[in-house]
Ligand binder design. Structure first.
Ligand code: NAP
Length: 542
């Protein structure tokens, strides 16, 4: 028995990805018992589900990792700039092994619902095997980009071959020599195509909206680079903590594109064209805030994209048109040879926006208004219901009996993405209205705040914390205010998942705090230092 309420565990966490591992570490430090459930047969979260060919991190791996142990940072060796899913997955096993986390993890156990029992002050959590568990704290570590979006295309159940979402890649699927159709052309497809094209018979991408595609420029981790990183890890961790997107970038740089003469601006753009999102942050400080600077950056990227696409007709489909939408209103993909892949004879592009929209899926392929394309395999790389999706997919019932899905029908209000009014003793890691940033950085900052809150609860003998509705209103209004001032607000024009605008028949909404991840991390710290004024603490009667 745990806690004064007599629960099975002090904390139940859903999800054994980066969030689950971070929570095990920080909650153990806080002295509470924790059980992590995951429906998958392995830990890894995103890195277990997204096993599509070419899946790799878009953050550079040496800071896409957990930082709570200096020893671990020194011991683990990354083989390249951006690790593939297998290597990231192996890293997560290394963390779980070295930190003896396995006793806290229960795999192949799907959490199907969770209900707050107001009179008892704890959560009752149901699992797919018909069991229930109780805990004082219920914590979502389910990830902010984890709930797949399955498009509504007529005839989808008719297709005779494998048809699946990219985040549900069938183990051991052999696509060598096969004809593969991919619906969607976001970050996932950009990673997938160049790898699949090497062995597939053909790869055909059904494309709707162009992306600003930045080169990844993969490179191996040399001994010299590794030594430099390992000698500077404290500074690297601090950089992430203090960066607007939680990345170890050298920015702000103290100059604006709009104030820089054209030749000098071009020289700086060219000099920094070294791969990763660094380019956006390490060239000028105004690319995401000034429409004029954003246009300059967009034009430069478009020029670079066109240089790499051999067929101008293909380029016309892949490349954003002038003024179509601002850079970063849609999350730009990083590519490892995607644009060049269209020069291969076995890679094809179908423009479903302007030329031949999809009509239906048939037993043998995809019918558009102009053609019938025959396939052996169809991949739905159609993205995710971001931020709220995983939390809405389960019936998580708060104090009034309302679910999170009901609460978020029109909005996605929260307190800093970590708590929600009407849901006592519930924490979320990177919930709605948290920033979009290098995820391990945000995850650790959230886990620290949660652990600090639990420490206070336990030290002061509280049974329950109630997130305050007024605090939620203040945070949500602040997030909306900032959102309205950013160029990201234009993402609704181009179905950006960053506003939930990728969900059919679902109004776009304010899902992300764009005031800077560093500012947000400061807010979390200030909240903890001030004794969590957003929450009301109390003991149960009796
Ligand atoms: P996505 O960026 O949302 O792209 C989904 C694609 O599917 C878009 O091209 C979209 O077209 C298309 N689509 C959706 N519904 C459709 C429909 N009904 N008919 C036709 N096309 C449809 O999804 P994603 O590529 O999976 O990436 C999502 C996010 O996951 C990324 O932005 C990134 O944050 C994360 N991710 C990260 C990594 C990494 O860091 N290594 C890798 C992959 C993904 P429209 O654009 O027209 O809507």
């Amino acid at each position: 028995m745990n806690s004064r309420q007599g629960t099975d565990f002090d904390a139940i966490v859903v999800g054994a990805g980066f969030a689950g591992l971070a929570l095990i570490h920080y909650l153990r430090e806080a002295g509470v018992s924790v059980r992590v459930f995951d429906r998958a047969s392995d830990i890894g979260g995103t890195w277990t589900w997204n096993r599509y060919p070419g899946a790799a991190t878009d953050s550079e791996s040496y800071y896409y990792c957990l930082t709570f142990s200096k020893e671990l940072l020194q011991e683990w060796r990354w083989s390249k700039r951006y690790a593939g899913w297998q290597e990231t997955h192996a890293y997560m096993h290394f963390v779980a092994d070295r930190c003896d986390m396995w006793p806290h993890i229960q795999l192949e156990t799907e959490v199907t619902g969770a209900e707050y029992l107001a009179d008892r002050g704890f959560w009752r959590v149901s699992t797919g095997d018909g069991k229930t568990y109780t805990s004082k704290y219920f914590i979502s570590g389910m990830g902010m980009i984890s709930e797949p979006v399955i498009p509504k295309v007529k005839g989808m159940d008719r297709f005779r071959g494998p048809l699946f979402h990219s985040a549900r890649w069938p183990d051991g699927l052999d696509y060598a020599g096969k004809r593969v159709g991919i619906i969607g052309a976001g970050a996932t497809t950009v990673q997938m195509v160049p790898v699949m094209a090497q062995t597939a018979g053909s790869v055909t991408v059904f494309h709707r909206t162009p992306n600003f595609i930045l080169p990844a420029m993969q490179r191996p981790m040399t001994p010299e680079w590794e030594s430099e990183i390992k000698a500077n890890y404290d500074a690297i961790v601090a950089k992430c903590r203090n960066h607007v997107f939680g990345m170890a970038f050298d920015s702000p740089v103290g100059r604006n594109a709009v104030d820089t003469p054209p030749e000098e601006r071009r020289r700086i753009f060219e000099e920094h064209w070294n791969g990763s999102f660094r380019w956006v942050f390490e060239t000028f400080d105004d690319l995401l805030s000034s429409p004029e600077a954003n246009r300059m950056a967009s034009e430069f990227i478009v020029e670079k994209m066109r240089e790499r696409i051999s067929d101008p007709a293909v380029a016309d489909v892949l490349v954003p048109k002038p003024g179509e939408y601002p850079l970063f209103a849609k999350r730009p993909p990083l590519d490892h040879g995607y644009l060049e892949a269209y020069s291969r004879d076995n890679v094809h592009l179908v423009d479903i926006a302007d030329r031949e929209p999809i009509e239906e899926i048939t037993e043998t392929g995809i019918r558009t208004t102009l053609n019938h394309h025959e396939f052996d395999i169809i991949v739905l790389a159609t993205g995710f219901r971001a931020y709220t999706g995983a939390l809405e997919a389960l019936a998580i019932r708060g104090k009034s009996g309302t679910t999170l899905a009901q609460k978020w029908k029109q909005t996605s209000d929260s307190i800093m993405g970590v708590c929600a009014a009407d849901f006592p003793n519930l924490f979320m890691v990177t919930g709605p209205q948290a920033p979009f940033a290098n995820l391990p950085t945000s995850i650790e900052q959230n886990a620290i705040w949660i652990a600090d809150c639990i420490r206070k609860m336990e030290a002061e003998g509280h049974d329950v914390f109630e997130p305050r509705l007024d605090a939620e209103r203040v945070w949500s209004a602040h997030v909306a205010d900032i959102h309205a001032q950013t160029l990201m607000a234009e993402g609704d024009k181009v179905h950006s998942w960053m506003m939930g605008a990728n969900i059919e028949q679902h109004p776009p909404r304010v899902l992300i705090y764009f005031g800077g991840a560093n500012v947000y991390y400061d807010r979390l710290r200030q909240s903890a230092d001030a004794g969590f004024p957003e929450l009301e603490f109390r003991r149960l009667a009796g």
